[in-house]
Design a protein around this ligand. Structure first.
Ligand code: F6P
Length: 517
């Protein structure tokens, strides 16, 4: 890392949130996110900065005038800069455009995306707010790591205002085929926004290829499939797979802790326990999973009293109706199965709908004999990797959806189509009956994969590719300071976002061409 290198991260979620607890005490909460684990080492090494939405109820009290606070709170090594966003604006940006628009657009899970102009305007405004903070914080030649679908427009804003900052945008969710992208009324501006980045990262090569097809279809740009790059408006963006992962070694809970938990849940010591750990999201295939367990119990009556499926489902995005509906449907489905098969002493499905701390989740992994990770569509799915990483004695089986990015890497998993109830039921049975030697061999193969491709490898590879870009740029560009108070989006009216003045040769998106007719 060079002296002048400064690493700045933009992510919607903050790595530490201050919340008011009981009796007026403030507690610090960490999100259950591998991202923090992967990126913190780089920030710590250079005293970097993380820009996030200040969503904690006590965040303001624990930040300075500029929203800054030194973190980790117990031993500060880098800075968290919190941005304050007015509640309605945040709702339109986060629940609206990001999670009712882009989320269902990118996940093939048959929930119709909603695109509302007011949400789009707020999405633009919030992207401007984050980009403005990044321009203030970034240094020429520094590295800016933008996280996720909340910030598709930030790369272009940075290119216009701070072109000497090397930027990457990592898209944590799938990128679907171009027909799907065609649904978004503002796809041209969105894609052009993303192409402001030097590097665009996705979990898999297939998502990269889908992205290249999308820009070729909707923008006037040059796509190089050999190099995996896009040239648009005189700027080249590399489009690369960076499969995200979990920490290694993983801080697993011991089997003893698992046994204690099993006892506290009233599950017999010799029952086979499958565990599911998810946000209560309609993309996770939770209803389909319950149906598969129902099928299993119907097909194999001998499992009565000897099999339990434990599902942890943390409430998420609860202001969105589709999520409220899913939570209700899930509870109803679980009640139905328990009613149908349960006895006085045995409940086949244990559903726990609340938020779990990471150390609690690890106890559930330690209790389980197998894990069911069957999303309808998922960018990667870190639960699959966490379960494998937690399985230190190699004694476990993973039933995994073929539509999760993790399926491309975890060869030892039992792959299923989550829509195929019979198949999932059969695979759960296979996991239950799998001989120990086979369980160990499969688990060993998956553990080796994660040991050599951890979250640290993910962030190191991305940072090293960004440094290569900087090195290449430095051969062409003289070192100049980052402009901090230029025109453009800084102080410009909101409608100017993404449509700033361009040169006559600059390409136009198809939506702009249509609008110009
Ligand atoms: O999977 C995409 C993602 O944004 C993750 O990066 C994140 O951990 C998860 O969704 C949680 O989303 P939210 O911040 O909306 O709770």
């Amino acid at each position: 890392m060079t002296n002048r290198e400064r690493v700045v991260v933009i992510a919607n979620r903050e790595p530490y949130a201050h919340e008011w607890g009981a009796g007026g005490k403030v507690v610090v909460q960490r999100p259950a996110s591998g991202l923090v684990t992967g990126i913190e080492p780089a920030l710590r090494a250079c005293g970097g900065l993380w820009i996030a939405y200040g969503g904690g109820s006590a965040d303001r009290v624990h930040s300075d005038r500029l929203g800054r606070v030194a973190v980790p709170p117990e031993a500060p090594e880098y800075t968290l800069r919190r941005l304050w966003i007015e509640e309605d604006e945040y709702e339109r940006y986060y629940s609206g455009f990001a999670n009712e628009g882009l989320w269902p657009l990118c996940h093939i899970a048959h929930t119709q995306p909603s695109f509302r102009m007011a949400d789009w305007l707020s999405y633009q405004a919030v992207n401007e707010t984050f980009a403005r903070a990044a321009v203030e914080e970034a240094t020429s030649g520094g590295l800016l790591l933008i996280q996720d679908y909340h910030f598709a427009l930030v790369p272009r804003l940075m290119r216009e205002q701070a072109p000497h900052v090397v930027t990457s945008l990592f898209w944590h969710i799938p990128w679907p085929n171009s027909e799907m992208i065609g649904i978004c009324p503002w796809k041209g501006t969105l894609l052009a926004g993303m192409l402001g980045a030097d590097i665009l990262g996705f979990h898999t090569r297939q998502y990269c290829l889908n992205f290249l097809d999308s820009v070729r279809r909707f923008l006037e740009c040059r796509v190089d499939y050999d190099e995996m790059s896009v040239s648009y408006g005189g700027h080249r963006t590399l489009v690369r797979p960076y499969p995200i992962s979990v920490e290694w070694p993983y801080p697993a809970a011991g089997r003893g802790e698992g046994a204690l938990l099993r006892r506290s849940l009233g599950i017999s010591a010799d029952a086979h326990v499958s565990v599911g750990v998810d946000r209560a999201d309609y993309t996770k295939g939770l209803l389909e999973r319950v149906q598969a367990v129902e099928q299993l119990l119907e097909d194999t009556p001998s499992l009565a009293g000897r099999y339990v499926f434990v599902q942890l489902a943390s409430p998420t995005r609860t202001r969105i109706r589709r999520y409220q509906q899913l939570a209700d449907d899930l509870q109803e489905a679980v009640d139905r199965v328990n009613e149908r098969f349960g006895t006085e002493t045995w409940k086949p499905i244990v559903l726990q709908m609340r938020t779990f701390a990471p150390e609690d989740v690890r106890r559930y992994y330690a209790m389980a004999n197998s894990a069911l990770v069957t999303p309808l569509h998922d960018g990667m799915n870190l639960v699959a990797k966490e379960y494998v990483a937690a399985c230190e004695d190699g004694d476990g089986a993973l039933v995994l959806s073929e539509f999760a990015g993790a399926a491309k890497e975890l060869d030892g998993a039992l792959l299923v189509n989550p829509y195929d109830t019979q198949q999932v039921a059969q695979m759960i049975l296979r996991a239950i009956r799998m001989p120990l030697a086979e369980r160990r061999a499969r688990m060993q193969e998956m553990r080796e994969q994660i040991a050599t491709h951890s979250i640290y490898d993910w962030s190191e590879k991305l940072l090293s590719d960004m440094r290569d870009v900087r090195e290449r740029n430095s051969r062409y560009w003289p070192a100049v300071a980052v402009p901090r108070s230029a025109s453009g989006f800084l102080g410009a009216p909101r409608a100017a976002t993404g449509t700033s003045p361009r040169s006559s040769e600059e390409p136009r998106s198809s939506e702009e061409r249509v609008a110009a007719r």
